[in-house]
Design a protein around this ligand. Structure first.
Ligand code: SF4
Length: 327
């Protein structure tokens, strides 16, 4: 991993794009294109199984999030099929196993180990990425996750969505910003990369709230960020609010503007894991523009160029924060 860290620094120092993309980061580490495959390992979520709630987050419909969500296909089969498909379609030979659906640390350590160990059957897999809630980790689980760093690139992604507890409560997240801060400290104590998920356009979140989010998290020891535009899935509480005219969604222009404002406030060393998440059209109610990913990304690049700014242009943290190293 030392070699990988050195390679990454070269990428950071020489990048001339307006933001530090995940693909540039992976090319810097592995010298070739690496593709992330989304998996459903059959985990549940405490916000759905009754531990915290049975209602889930207002926008949650995991079927809309990923291809394999609730497919009930064995994990090995999911990986085999994805690798075969992307090897042919994209001509890629290296992959990151992305445990995406539901909360992927919500089980006993032995169960987690059995699921994560599935990747060992596939020499093409070079990385392990685990998406979860901030209230679903502890030292024991993080020690297990950190142990994969010997052979794999490892990231844990936490769904934070906003730093405002009022807004988190509004969408029924059932965790707080402080829960995230605890999970972050614990994860970094094991030197595991942390990605944070943020949603732009949550109900009751003003533009000022979102920019406060950017400023607050920019001071934290985070290595990457994934952005989502709030979108409405079928069969969710959010769909009912949307149909009743109780919520307004961002349009693509506003999303681009806020996202550029956000990017300018982040350290230039953070990896931008994703600028916009797409959704399965079968379950998506609105806004449809989120699936026009290329157009949105081009819009973001054009906006930054027009402003003459880039990721980090308005970052005001101390220089020590900019020296975050990724494995
Ligand atoms: S934490 Fe994730 S899986 Fe759980 S209810 Fe919220 S969106 Fe759904």
């Amino acid at each position: 991993m030392r070699e990988i860290t050195r390679a990454l620094r070269i990428v950071v120092n020489t990048m001339n794009e307006s933001f530090y993309s995940f693909s540039a980061y992976l090319r810097g580490l592995f010298g070739e294109r690496v593709h992330r495959i989304s998996l459903d390992a059959g985990f549940n979520c405490p916000n759905l199984d009754g531990h915290l709630s049975t209602a889930g987050c207002a926008y949650c419909n995991n079927k809309g999030f990923s291809v394999y969500a609730q497919s009930a296909k064995p994990l090995t089969q999911q990986i085999e099929e994805s690798i075969a498909y992307y090897k042919t379609k994209l001509k890629v030979n290296k992959f990151i196993a992305y445990f995406q659906s539901f909360s992927n640390t919500y089980a006993a350590k032995e169960v987690l180990k059995e699921k994560y160990d599935t990747i060992k059957k596939f020499p093409e897999i070079v990385g392990l990425c685990i998406s979860t809630r901030p209230d679903c980790v502890d030292s024991e689980k993080l020690e297990l996750i950190a142990s994969y760093q010997e052979k794999y690139l490892v990231w844990v992604e936490y769904g934070l969505q906003t730093t405002h507890n009022r807004v988190l409560a509004n969408v029924g997240r059932n965790h707080t910003y402080e829960d995230f801060l605890k999970a972050l400290a614990l994860t970094r104590a094991f030197n595991v990369n942390v990605g944070v998920h943020m949603i732009l356009g949550l109900p009751s979140a003003s533009v000022e709230d979102m920019l406060t989010d950017a400023e607050r998290i920019s001071y934290l020891d985070i290595q990457g960020i994934k952005f989502h535009a709030l979108h409405v899935f079928k069969d969710t509480a959010l769909e009912r609010q949307y149909n009743d005219g109780k919520i307004t969604l961002l349009n693509s222009r506003d999303y681009i503007t806020i996202l550029c404002d956000f990017l300018e406030r982040l350290p230039k060393t953070w990896v931008i894991l994703r600028l916009i998440s797409t959704a399965n059209p079968k379950y998506l109610v609105a806004p449809r523009w989120i699936n026009d990913k290329t157009k949105i990304i081009e819009g973001i690049k054009e906006e930054l160029e027009k402003r003459g700014t880039r990721q980090g242009s308005r970052y005001e943290g101390s220089p020590s924060h900019q020296d975050t190293s990724h494995r």
